[in-house]
Design a protein around this ligand. Structure first.
Ligand SMILES: Cc1cc2nc3c(=O)[nH]c(=O)nc-3n(C[C@H](O)[C@H](O)[C@H](O)COP(=O)(O)OP(=O)(O)OC[C@H]3O[C@@H](n4cnc5c(N)ncnc54)[C@H](O)[C@@H]3O)c2cc1C
Length: 491
């Protein structure tokens, strides 16, 4: 084998690419993992500045128990390189119809306690028994019954339960909006319930000391320890296809050969740009163009001269927060309220080394279309709605601001995937977990070109953001190992 020749090349060291690379390297394949960035982690990379360390934006891991970050850290024997933080507490706020904010009371366990939630949201007693029954049925629904709901929107399914509005908003805004970043009337019911069951039973709210990027960096270190290669700062310009099969990649650091290429660069950028749609049949290319991404999360990092909260993270929502497609379209056209759910995270409240002594950094995130080319005014309009809610919850925060960073769809796209279609690229998750793109309709991990695979949130996994990407990494590693073996057997 020449020096620039590998069993597998993986484009992108996000959670999908880096977990897949680590697993394949451990199984003895000669892997080259390439990423255009200086650090691994993609959409959940770590950053540091002036004594603060943090995930680039609000990233809350779920579920907690038996989480995939740790499973793969353990399997790759690099658990010493990334320490998960599980604060076991949170600070979500409900804005009642009269405009007052009340914080969710503490529970004795890491799991959601229905009684506490009912009291907090003011659910009348006569609704409580039926509502509890609904939650219990959802949490315990058998996988085959959940699967039956594929193709139905979560909103259709949930609305049939006729829950009190505050509870509907709790499930949609506090849980679904942030977990999937798509309007509730597009969200696939089966995918949503599978993920909600995980969070209800196994808890939500896991982080990593030093930011989530440390997990992906640890996976990259495993690639090296198992004798394979990681090349950062290497942008892939083109996937080389010869006679209908992949042959390698061209990067700004040279050309590399492999009969298998796994792309974590996003399905649309891979097909439409790195490979080129001329290599695919027209129907496949059309389907790829029509795939719909998730919405984006934008917000601020507030560097504060004093702590303003003891909460490690929280969600601020009201009865009016849940996003439907119509509400999002009206808000985007400037014809409706942009007030939706707001997420916040305070890294030093789960990792004491994350901020200089006596200071605090609080990050926020709120919905926005995934377009990296939104104007400054449009971006400000979306972010201002979140800021208004934040200042309502923490009235002393504004006066404590020493510095403020604004992160937008443009930053997310630049750090992760190229924008190859108008209005797309700054999405939070990847492709949206919506009706028509989940379950049997989820894009395949195998492209219709011999040797080309996709990994990450666009294909192969189920779950919430980062863990969906790792789930894909695990499944793609299994499939590619089998494919590699079959190739060897046939040779
Ligand atoms: C603002 C924000 C908030 C989020 N909040 C949460 C949350 O609370 N909880 C949660 O679980 N998830 C959250 N997510 C989502 C989660 O981070 C992503 O879904 C997940 O990390 C995606 O992983 P991935 O492997 O699919 O791809 P990505 O993270 O997109 O990684 C792709 C990698 O490929 C590289 N790449 C792309 N093109 C090339 C190329 N041409 N050459 C070389 N390298 C290339 C990129 O540099 C990147 O490192 C959030 C994301 C954002 C942006």
């Amino acid at each position: 084998m020449a020096d620039n020749s590998y069993d597998v090349i993986i484009i992108g060291a996000g959670f999908g690419g880096s977990s897949c690379a680590g697993l394949l390297a451990k199984r003895g394949l000669k892997v080259l993992l390439l990423d255009k960035n200086a650090n691994a982690g993609g959409k959940a990379m770590s950053l540091s500045k002036n004594g603060y360390t943090y995930t680039a934006w609000v990233v809350i891991g779920a579920p907690v128990e038996d989480n995939l970050y740790q499973q793969v850290l353990d399997e790759l024997e690099v658990a010493d390189l990334a320490t998960l933080a599980i604060p076991g507490t949170q600070g979500s706020f409900y804005k009642s119809p009269d405009g007052t904010y009340s914080r969710m009371p503490e529970a004795d366990t890491d799991h959601l306690d229905p009684e506490i939630i009912f009291n907090w949201l003011g659910i009348p007693e006569e609704h409580q028994e039926r509502t509890l029954e609904f939650f219990t049925n959802m949490a315990l629904m058998e996988p085959e019954d959940v699967a039956e709901l594929e193709g139905q929107s979560f909103d259709d399914w949930l609305s049939s339960a006729e829950l009190p509005r505050a509870l509907y908003a709790f499930i949609v805004s506090l849980c679904c909006d942030g977990m999937f970043m798509v309007p509730v009337d597009k969200l696939d019911a089966a995918e949503a319930i599978t993920c909600l069951q995980g969070v209800f039973v196994r808890g939500g709210g896991v982080f990593c000391e030093g930011g989530f990027g440390k997990v992906a960096e640890a996976y990259c270190e495993a690639v090296r320890r198992y004798g394979s290669e990681v090349m950062m700062g290497a942008r892939v310009r083109r996937v080389i296809v010869e006679d209908g099969s992949v042959a390698g990649v061209e990067t700004d650091k040279g050309q590399f050969e492999a009969p298998i290429v796994i792309s974590n660069a996003g399905l649309q950028p891979t097909v439409l740009k790195l490979v080129g749609d001329e290599h695919f049949d027209a129907d496949y290319a059309k389907r790829v163009r029509e795939l719909v991404p998730s919405y984006s999360l934008i917000g601020y990092r507030y560097f504060l001269n004093k702590p303003v909260t003891d909460a490690p993270f929280g969600v601020v929502f009201s009865d009016g927060s849940p996003w439907t497609q119509q509400r999002l379209d009206e808000a985007a056209a400037g014809k409706g309220s942009r007030e939706g759910v707001l997420y916040f995270e305070v890294p030093s409240n789960y990792d004491p080394n994350a901020a200089p002594e006596g200071k605090q950094m609080l990050m926020t995130g709120c919905f926005c279309p995934p377009d990296p080319d939104l104007s400054k005014e449009q971006l400000q309009a979306w972010a201002s709605a979140g800021e208004e809610a934040l200042f309502g919850v923490f009235p002393e925060l504004e006066a404590a601001i020493e510095n403020k960073d604004f992160y937008t769809t443009r930053n997310v796209s630049a750090a992760t995937r190229d924008s190859v279609l108008s209005g797309v690229g700054g999405e939070t998750i990847g492709l949206g977990q919506i009706v028509g793109q989940c379950g049997a309709s989820k894009p395949s991990i195998e492209a219709p070109i011999e040797g080309l695979f996709f990994v990450g949130c666009d294909a192969g996994g189920v779950g919430v953001g980062t863990q969906q990407a790792i789930d894909s990494g695990i499944k793609v590693a299994d499939a590619v190992e089998r494919y590699h073996q079959q190739r060897n057997d046939a040779a």
